[in-house]
Design a protein around this ligand. Structure first.
Ligand SMILES: Nc1ncnc2c1ncn2[C@@H]1O[C@H](COP(=O)(O)OP(=O)(O)OP(=O)(O)O)[C@@H](O)[C@H]1O
Length: 278
C-alpha cells in the first residue's frame, strides 16, 4: 500500500496509528454473494482517501461495515474508538423541520448523557450552519433550499456528531458540476480545519483526484484493493487543472482495464475462441 502524499505525511503518521484499519475484511451476503474479498486498507488520521471502483464492487458495503451498520463476515475493522459519521447522496433531512431543527436533532442525539439546553443546541446549530456557509438559512425548510444547499445542511448535521471519521457515499453525485466544485472547496476547508479523517466513495475519477490524498481502486466484484494511487499534488487543486487531468487519465485507464477484464467473459459470443489477452 502506498504512503500518503509527502506534503501531509508528517502530520498524518504521528505515532498514533491509522484512524481506520481494515484487515483482510470479507463480506458475504446471503449464502454465496461475495461482495468484498479480504480487503486490507489503512486510513491515517486526518487523511482524505477516495474509494473508486466499478458499480457493484462493494464500495458502499465497505463504508457500511466501517460505520458499523453491518458486520463483516471475516477480518477485522478498527476505528480506534473514534466517532464515525456517514453522509449519503440523499441528504435525508426531515422535511417538516427547519434546517436548524434538523441539526439540533442530531445535536440532541449526540449529547445523550450530557445535558444541553435548547438554546445551546440552537446556538451550536447556527455555528455549524456558518461553517457550511449557510448562515441565515436556519429558519428555512429543506424544500426551500437547492440540492447543493441541502447537502451542506447534511454536512453540518454530520459535523454535529463531532465525528473523527467522516464516511461519505457519493455525497455530491446528484449535483451539477458547478455546485459540486463549490462543495469540494468547502469540504476541503472543513476537512483541514477540523482535521477529519475522510473516506469518500465516488464514481467520478476527477473528483477523487481533486479531493484525495490517495485514491484507492477496488476490483470488480468481489471487491479487493487493486491499486493505491498517492495524489502528490499541491492543494487547493482545480478540477480542471492539467495535473488533475493527467492523473485522472491514468486512473481512468486502470479502472477501464478492470471493468473490461470483468466484463470480457460475458461479452464473448458463445463458442468464440479465447485469444488469451485477458
Ligand atoms: N443487503 C444486501 N443484500 C444482498 N446483496 C447486497 C446487499 N447490499 C449489497 N449487495 C450486493 O453486494 C454487491 C456490492 O454492493 P455495493 O452496493 O456495496 O456496491 P457499490 O460498489 O457501492 O455499487 P455502486 O457503485 O453501484 O453504488 C452488489 O452485487 C450488491 O448487489
Amino acid at each position: 500500500m502506498t504512503a500518503p502524499s509527502q506534503e501531509l505525511r508528517s502530520s498524518r503518521t504521528d505515532g498514533h496509528g491509522p484512524a481506520v484499519r481494515l484487515d483482510a475484511v470479507s463480506k458475504v451476503y446471503g449464502r454465496e454473494l461475495l461482495a468484498l474479498d479480504r480487503v486490507s486498507l489503512s486510513v491515517g488520521r486526518a487523511e482524505f482517501v477516495c474509494l473508486l471502483g466499478a458499480s457493484g464492487c462493494g464500495k458502499s458495503t465497505l463504508l457500511n461495515l466501517v460505520a458499523g451498520l453491518d458486520h463483516a463476515t471475516a477480518g477485522d475493522i478498527d476505528t480506534q474508538g473514534g466517532r464515525v459519521a456517514m453522509m449519503f447522496q440523499e441528504p435525508a433531512l426531515f422535511p417538516w423541520l427547519t434546517v436548524s431543527a434538523n441539526i439540533e436533532l442530531a445535536l440532541r442525539v449526540t449529547s445523550k448523557g450530557r445535558s444541553t439546553t435548547k438554546k445551546e443546541r440552537r446556538e451550536r446549530a447556527a455555528e455549524l450552519l456558518e461553517i457550511v456557509h449557510l448562515s441565515g438559512f436556519g429558519g428555512k425548510r429543506p424544500h426551500e433550499l437547492s440540492g447543493g444547499m441541502r447537502q451542506r445542511v447534511a454536512l453540518a448535521r454530520s459535523l454535529a456528531q463531532e465525528a473523527d471519521v467522516l464516511l461519505m457515499d457519493e455525497p455530491f453525485g446528484a449535483l451539477d458540476a458547478m455546485t459540486r466544485d463549490l462543495l469540494h472547496d468547502q469540504l476541503e476547508r472543513i476537512w483541514r480545519e477540523r482535521r477529519l479523517t475522510v473516506l469518500f466513495v465516488t464514481h467520478n475519477v476527477r473528483e477523487a483526484v481533486r479531493l484525495g490524498d490517495r485514491v484507492v481502486l477496488l476490483s470488480s466484484r468481489p471487491g479487493t484493493v487493486i491499486h493505491d494511487f498517492p495524489v502528490d499534488l499541491p492543494r487547493p487543486r482545480r478540477t480542471d487543472s492539467a495535473e488533475v487531468a493527467e492523473l485522472t487519465t491514468t486512473i481512468t485507464d486502470r479502472l477501464r482495464q478492470e471493468v473490461l477484464r470483468h466484463a470480457k467473459p460475458a461479452r464473448q459470443p458463445v463458442g468464440a475462441a479465447s485469444r488469451g489477452d485477458g
